[in-house]
Write a protein that binds this ligand. Structure first.
Ligand SMILES: Nc1ncnc2c1ncn2[C@@H]1O[C@H](COP(=O)(O)OP(=O)(O)OP(=O)(O)O)[C@@H](O)[C@H]1O
Ligand SMILES: [Mg+2]
Length: 140
C-alpha cells in the first residue's frame, strides 16, 4: 500500500478546549480501519502528547498522520519557538510548563518520554528559535 494521509489537522497555540481532538478522531479512524487495539493505543498516545505539546509549548502548528502497509507515521510540525536543549527536554520530569498549565494537570515532563517509549522510531528537528518537527513511526 502506498503511503496515504489518514488525518491532517491544524492546532492553535493555547487551544486547550480542543486539546485531544486530533488523537480522539484518529482513534476512531484506526478502529474503522481494523488496526489492532495495542497499535492504535500506541499511535493515539504519541499523537496526544505531540498535540498537547503544540498547544502548550509552541506558537501553533499541525499534525499529519500517514499510513502505509508497514507503518503509521505521525508528523508534528510547529512554528517555533523550538527546543534549545533536546536531550534535557527528554529527561523525565523536565518541563518549562508554567503554573497555569500545571494547574490543568499538564507539565509532569513525561510527554516526550512517552512519545519515545511508544514509537518504534522517532526523529526530532528543532533548535532555539526554530520550528520543531517530530516524526514518530509505529510499525504495523
Ligand atoms: N513543540 C514544542 N515546542 C517547544 N518546546 C517544546 C515542544 N514540545 C516540548 N517542548 C519542551 O520540552 C519540555 C518537555 O516536554 P514534555 O512533553 O516531556 O513535558 P511537558 O509537556 O512539559 O509535560 P507533560 O507532557 O508531562 O504534561 C517542555 O516542557 C518544553 O519545554
Ligand atoms: Mg508534554
Amino acid at each position: 500500500m502506498q503511503e496515504q494521509t489518514l488525518l491532517q489537522s491544524k492546532i492553535e497555540q493555547g487551544d486547550f478546549t480542543r486539546g485531544g481532538e486530533v488523537s480522539s478522531s484518529l482513534k476512531d479512524v484506526l478502529r474503522k480501519l481494523g488496526i489492532k487495539s495495542e497499535t492504535s493505543r500506541r499511535v493515539t498516545i504519541v499523537t496526544y502528547e505531540l498535540e498537547m505539546n503544540i498547544i502548550i509549548h509552541s506558537l501553533g502548528g499541525e499534525i499529519e498522520v500517514l499510513i502505509s502497509s508497514e507503518q503509521i507515521k505521525v508528523v508534528a510540525t510547529d512554528r517555533g519557538p523550538g527546543i534549545p536543549d533536546v536531550e534535557k527536554a527528554f529527561q523525565p520530569g523536565f518541563s518549562t510548563a508554567d503554573d497555569f498549565v500545571r494547574g490543568m494537570g499538564f507539565g509532569a515532563g513525561m510527554g516526550l518520554n512517552n512519545i519515545k517509549h511508544y514509537s518504534d522510531q522517532l526523529t526530532v528537528e528543532t533548535g532555539q528559535g526554530k520550528k520543531s518537527k517530530f516524526t514518530a513511526i509505529i510499525c504495523l
